[in-house]
Design a binder for this molecule. Structure first.
Ligand code: NAG
Ligand code: NAG
Ligand code: NAG
Ligand code: NAG
Ligand code: NAG
Ligand code: NAG
Length: 811
């Protein structure tokens, strides 16, 4: 065993050595010529993934920091999820994960946003030196949104990103890149638009694509403008997007892109020439300024400015920003003033200058020093007006920035270290607007490490005892990055996990269908009751009695479902902890549905008795009353069972409430055994009865029954089928709608469920000859007398042929 272990270790050590060794002289290209693709390995951090070595044959090793060049991306993969299409409805959707670089979080091809505006993401992980999708939790269905009430740019941005990934928008041409950034810029400049956390993530990804392409100075203004807009977005949005590392990643890419712009400053011969770029309007949010004879070029916006300095022109190595004008200061359209600094500047003098906001310069000696040592030629200063893009993810922090953020970079400087200190001057915001939580301990200059603010390698020169009251803070740094003055204290960051930033479109269509349908239904049911109240001869028919019971159950259910047991009310009950009322409401709804179905069963049973069992059987006395007792009492059994055994199943889950699909209604086993099972049994029984009745009638009638009677029987059957479809289908649609099988079912359910009463009214009152005549006689009494004779004869026939469920026993 030990020998094997040792051999393995030796092999591993050799491989690592070979790799690190060859990494240094990786330009020996010949060695890769014969290397098969599947053995070529690349460095993880390298965005362009140039091969650095060829793994020996038959060695399966896992070397940290490396990846097979041929497995650097997770390839697109199909993903099934649900969309919320409106407040109560979901529809399944087949989506696709975008191709993603290892270590990054993929988003979906079609926009899929959570309530808090974060996109649904999936990590592309590194496993055994290969990119591999993070496993998906099979059991929790992803429910997200694609359309929202808010005016968001998410869909546009996502389409842009898709177009880039799928080659419809070429970013490898100058024109393509310029139009891409211009398009993003105009998206962010739309009026009244909402920037969501997802947008920052996608912007970061598009920046990533640009990073892989040749750098283009003409994109600078667009990138600044986009970052300026992002900096101005709501702090909560930035905070949320930081959970995907989007702010840091974006900031990092922005900084690197701006630093990499080639030959951006050229030492010109012309005089001072603060000129805006051709074609750019003066009121554009980013101002391009060139002082070519000074070796300075700048892109300036109100929150974010980038200055390129070429000290070889006029020895200018620094910049000071002011909030007020003075003779030696330049004015920017963004409302501040600036002055270029030389390497011979005195920190103490600078500190005394009025209205100084921030300043930094490389002392002449230091510049000469690094110029000879590293051959640096330009320096880049970025000024962030506030720390919006520097988002910490920890909930508790002990410091926060209270000054502008100054970013200094000198491309080509070996490992970013300075042989001498570089001074920074920052206006202390805390002195102007004190913060009650501020404390002196921990206050001082700090730098950002793309995670949090650190202070090592920076000294803060305090000349009064209380640094919090110093107007200008002076610091010295020995390395380069972004700096700010931090104020100590205990700052909590809100937990924003449940923040709702997007909400589904509140389509009124279904609501209108429901309300109109219900109103019609209630009107219909009312019409049936009034008809029954007015015409005793109709009322006394057994069939009418059954119909009235059915209408009663329907009214109960309709009122409960549409007007009382809504998801808004349920949410209120649950939020206020009023579970008892929620249970009561849910149980009543369950009961009303079961009653309705019981009546359907009874109707079918009466039909069965009438046509299939021996003709001439005597009905027991008060059989309608007995049937009514059964129909109104039997549903109590499953209802009470669910209410007693598992009352909590009536209470909607938090998830359901979040997606607005929760009402007080049984769920889980309560739904299965308390609703679905009885309903299924009844529907199946009805189906069997109908088929059987139909079969036996069509067989027996053909020989023995008169033509007129046959007509009547078919009418009966037609009615049964009407009722079956009216009630049965409704609930089949309902079950599909609740299983989130698609919006179509919601519409069908809504349409059929709410129209039931109205259909019954049409069938039993308007289309029924007797009732129609009775109503006409009532409304136009003059015609009544004329028709009296006719009516009585008709009445006789109607009682046999009118639409009654149990006709034969009535007469
Ligand atoms: C990796 O390289 C091998 C050999 O050329 C090739 O067959 C395979 O398709 C490549 N895999 C990917 C993901 O490109
Ligand atoms: C740009 O990339 C596409 C595919 O990614 C390629 O077909 C095209 O030739 C490239 N164009 C240039 C100018 O490199
Ligand atoms: C976040 O992004 C920054 C900049 O790209 C990177 O340095 C850092 O490691 C990332 N953090 C995480 C947790 O991925
Ligand atoms: C940052 O930009 C926003 C929007 O343009 C502006 O309202 C705000 O005043 C700016 N902040 C500073 C410090 O300039
Ligand atoms: C810049 O500084 C160097 C050395 O410090 C000096 O020799 C040179 O004359 C200066 N150039 C200008 C334009 O001031
Ligand atoms: C600093 O240097 C600049 C040019 O290099 C010169 O014009 C200026 O007078 C110098 N200032 C001081 C205080 O020496």
């Amino acid at each position: 065993m030990n020998v094997v272990l040792i051999v393995t270790l030796i092999v591993f050590a050799t491989v690592v050595q070979v790799i690190t060794h060859s990494g240094e002289n990786s330009d020996s290209g010949e060695r890769f010529d014969k290397c098969p693709d599947e053995r070529m390995i690349c460095r993880l951090g390298d965005r362009s993934y140039t091969p650095v070595n060829c793994l020996p044959k038959q060695k399966t090793v896992d070397i940290p920091g490396f990846v097979y060049c041929n497995h650097t991306h997770c390839e697109p993969e199909v993903f099934e999820h649900d969309y919320i299409v409106r407040n109560h409805d979901q529809t399944p959707h087949t989506n696709k994960w975008k191709r993603t670089r290892v270590g990054e979080a993929a988003t979906l091809h079609d926009v899929c946003l959570l309530r808090n505006g974060l996109p649904v993401t999936r990590k592309c992980q590194l496993k055994a030196m290969r990119a591999q999708w993070e496993p998906i939790d099979q059991w929790s269905k992803v429910v997200c949104m694609r359309t929202f009430r808010q005016h968001s740019i998410s869909v546009e941005l996502n389409n842009l990103h898709d177009d880039i990934l799928e080659g419809r928008r070429l970013t490898n041409s100058t024109q393509g890149r310029r139009s891409t950034t211009a398009m993003m810029r105009s998206m962010f400049h739309q009026r009244q638009r909402t920037v969501l956390p997802a947008d920052i993530h996608v912007t970061d990804q598009v920046f990533g694509v640009l990073m892989d392409q040749p750098k283009d100075g003409a994109l600078g203004a667009d990138l600044i403008s986009i970052c300026h807009e992002i900096m101005s977005t709501d702090a909560n949005v930035l905070q949320l997007s930081a959970t995907l590392n989007a702010t840091n990643s974006l900031l990092n890419k922005f900084e690197n892109y701006m630093d990499a712009l080639p030959h951006f400053v050229r030492c010109g011969q012309t005089m001072v020439q603060p000129a805006s770029e051709e074609g750019e309007s003066v009121d554009a949010d980013v101002e391009t300024v060139k002082f070519l004879n000074f070796g300075v070029q700048a892109l300036i916006s109100s929150n974010l400015s980038v200055f390129y300095l070429d000290p070889s022109c006029r020895n200018i190595t620094g910049l000071a920003i002011y909030s007020a004008a003075s003779a030696d200061r330049q004015h920017s359209n963004s409302g501040f003033w600036y002055r270029f600094l030389y390497g011979n500047e005195s920190v103490n003098k600078l500190k005394q200058e009025s209205n100084l906001e921030a300043a930094t310069f490389v002392p002449q000696q230091l510049w000469d020093n690094i110029k000879t040592a590293s051959g640096v030629s330009i320096m880049i200063l970025k000024i962030y007006a506030h720390d919006a893009l520097f988002v910490e993810t920890s909930e508790q922090r002990s410091r926060r920035p209270r000054s502008k953020v100054l970013s200094i970079s000198i491309p080509g400087l070996a490992d970013g270290k300075l042989p001498q200190a570089l001074p920074l001057l920052l206006r202390n915001e805390n002195q102007r607007h004190p913060d009650a939580r501020a404390s002196e301990t921990g206050s001082g200059c700090g730098y950002w490490n793309y995670q949090t603010w650190l202070t090592d390698g920076i000294t803060t020169d305090a000349d009064t005892t209380d640094i919090l009251r110093d107007p200008i803070i002076v610091c010295q740094t020995r390395h380069l990055t972004q700096f700010s003055f931090l104020v100590g204290g205990s700052y909590r960051i809100n937990d924003l996990g449940d923040e709702v930033l997007v909400s589904p479109i509140n389509e009124r269509v279904l609501d209108i269908i429901s309300i109109v349908g219900c109103a019609l239904s209630l009107f219909g049911v009312l019409g049936i009751f009034v008809t029954a109240a007015l015409f005793k001869s109709w009322r006394s028919q057994a069939s009418t009695k059954v119909l009235l019971h059915l209408c009663l159950a329907m009214t109960l259910q309709m009122v409960l479902f549409v007007f009382i047991n809504t998801d808004d009310l349920s949410e209120q009950l649950v939020v206020h902890g009023d579970t008892v009322r929620c249970i009561l409401l849910g149980a009543t709804l369950q009961y009303s549905i079961l009653v309705l179905f019981c009546w359907m069963l009874i109707i079918a049973f009466l039909q069965f008795q009438r046509y299939v069992t021996v003709i001439g059987i005597e009905r027991p006395k008060h059989y309608i009353l007995k049937a009514a007792l059964v129909a109104w009492l039997l549903p109590l059994l499953p209802t009470l069972l669910v209410a007693c055994i598992d009352p909590n199943s009536y209470v909607p889950t938090k998830e359901q409430l979040d997606t607005d699909t929760g009402i007080c209604y049984p769920s889980g086993y309560g739904l299965t055994f308390g609703v679905v099972l009885p309903i299924t049994l009844i529907v199946v029984a009805n189906l069997v009865i109908f088929v059987y009745v139909f079969y036996s009638i069509s067989h027996s009638l053909s020989q023995s029954i008169h033509r007129s009677e046959r007509k009547m029987v078919y009418k009966q059957i037609r009615l049964s089928i009407l009722l079956f479809f009216l009630l049965g289908l409704t609930w089949i649609f309902g079950i599909f709608a609740f299983m989130q099988a698609g919006v179509a079912f919601s519409y069908l359910f809504c349409l059929t469920a709410t129209m039931q009463g109205f259909v019954l009214f049409i069938y039993f009152v308007l289309l029924d000859e007797f009732n129609r005549k009775a109503w006409l006689g009532l409304l136009c009494p003059t015609r009544r007398k004329m028709n009296v004779q006719k009516r009585t004869t008709e009445l006789q026939s109607m009682t046999t042929t009118s639409s009654n469920f149990s006709g034969r026993s009535v007469h």
